[in-house]
Design a protein around this ligand. Structure first.
Ligand SMILES: *Cc1c(COP(=O)(O)O)cnc(C)c1O
Length: 424
């Protein structure tokens, strides 16, 4: 469909510069600390920038230890390997630490939450999302333990910066003696009952990927209160060198340590994290206000228990207002219907006007790669003939809107207008 020339969209001009979903915002201080690393010749995986950001993130989040790594995915991998060895012992040469073991993982999330389970030869069992925060559903988790009572590891995430039901998940984990890995990659600065996300997992992680609230261009942190685990993460991330006069290894090594240059960018970004969060909050509120006359709702926030970081603004279209939409593994189409719309139509229209939206994370149990993994949902009422689980339903009816912290109110008004026209 040629949205630009369509009568419905008359009078709206294409954005001259692209409106991004969420792009890095550089302030200038980053240069100072990168230069500092270069000038002092500390350009490798040791240096003041790393020390400073490890101290500052541990303090901010309220953890004893923080370890700088090459990315959030690496942090999840090390967290999994550390806890798997603790649970099941050191694997034999040539084997993963999770072989033959199942791990419960959030279903509706980025694949990085679950992939490291398979790096260690484990099998993820995906746990459906709930509608109140779009994160792991404690009811589904309970059901999962009924089916697989031996599972000892849970990987949960906080989607789009909104904390999940941490108390409920922790209670269930404790009843089964299971560890929690908390993927707080998207939720840095969000709080649950007054405590920062990243402080709830036995091991937690955050990410400095380019589209997160602040960035190092890449990078991530592993967070824990256990000294032994922090030490392991440090040692393993630098190829597991023993203290010997030569390169000696008594454990498997990884090249996962953060560089002091990357840490310099993060160091320059850290003072701006609250500013970014406030901008994201204003964006979410502006969408909520601007779209309130449409049959859509914003991504849910459990205001009673949590304060999100508003990383991305998302909407969910009411069931009755969805036009017919088709998706296979690679393509999507829809059938225009007056008064209705769907994610495909809105995302295509936004793209035509040079703005970037995104579908909701496609649930892991719908991913071709994870086709053989088990999936547990607590959804039982199928009377609406809709998808048979919550995650698929949110994926079908939801989308992420342009949430770049540099978007102006005027630009956002145009986005809001485009979405209105989609329903005309
Ligand atoms: C971004 C992200 C990650 C991975 O972070 P990287 O630093 O890019 O490896 C993990 N989990 C979730 C939910 C994310 O959004």
């Amino acid at each position: 469909m040629d949205y630009l020339s369509e009568h419905r969209f008359r009078g709206i001009e294409k954005f001259k510069e692209k409106i991004w979903l969420s792009s890095p915002t550089i302030h200038g201080d980053e240069q100072k600390w990168v230069d500092h690393a270069l000038r002092t010749n500390w350009v490798s995986t040791v240096g003041e920038n790393i020390d400073v950001i490890e101290r500052e993130t541990a303090e901010k989040i309220g953890r004893k230890y923080s370890v700088g790594l090459s990315c959030g995915t690496a942090a999840i991998h090390l967290a999994i390997r550390i806890l798997a060895e603790k649970l099941y012992g050191v694997p034999e040469l040539g084997h993963g630490a999770l072989e033959g073991k199942r791990v419960f993982a959030a279903d509706m999330t980025f694949s990085a939450t679950a992939n490291p389970i398979t790096y260690e030869g484990g099998t993820p069992v995906f746990i459906d999302a709930e509608y109140e925060t779009w994160n792991m559903d404690p009811e589904a988790l309970k059901k999962a333990f009924e089916k697989y009572p031996d599972v000892k590891l849970i990987v949960t995430a906080h989607l789009y910066g909104t904390p999940g039901k941490l108390d409920e998940i922790r209670k269930i984990a404790n009843e089964h003696g299971a560890y929690i890995i908390e993927d707080a990659a998207e939720s840095f600065t969000a709080t649950y009952k007054g405590k920062q996300t990243g402080a709830f997992g036995d091991i937690s992680i955050i990410s400095w990927n380019g589209n997160k609230l602040i960035t190092g261009s890449s990078g991530g942190m592993l967070l824990t209160d256990e000294e032994e685990w922090a030490k392991k993460a440090r040692k393993w991330s630098t190829q597991s060198r023993d203290t010997a006069p030569w390169y000696q290894h008594s454990e498997l090594g990884f090249n996962y340590r953060m560089s002091n240059i990357i840490a310099g960018i993060v160091r320059g970004q850290l003072p701006y994290v609250d500013e970014h969060r406030k901008q994201k909050e204003a964006i979410w509120n502006r969408y909520k206000e601007g779209l309130k006359d449409l049959p859509v709702s914003m991504n849910p926030i459990d205001f009673e228990n949590s304060e999100p970081n508003y990383w991305l603004s998302c909407i969910l279209i009411d069931k009755a207002a969805m036009c017919e939409m088709h998706r296979d593994d690679y393509n999507t189409t829809y059938v225009y219907e007056q008064g209705k719309s769907c994610p495909t139509e809105i995302l295509e229209a936004l793209a035509a006007f040079n703005a970037e939206g995104r579908p909701i994370w496609k649930p892991m149990h719908l991913q071709p790669f994870f086709a053989k993994s088990d999936f547990i949902t607590a959804k039982e009422d199928r009377s609406d003939n809709g998808p048979s689980d919550n995650g698929s339903d949110i994926f079908e009816r939801g989308l992420c809107l342009p949430s770049d912290n540099k978007i102006t109110p005027k630009q956002q008004d145009v986005i809001i207008e485009i979405i209105h026209r989609c329903f005309e």
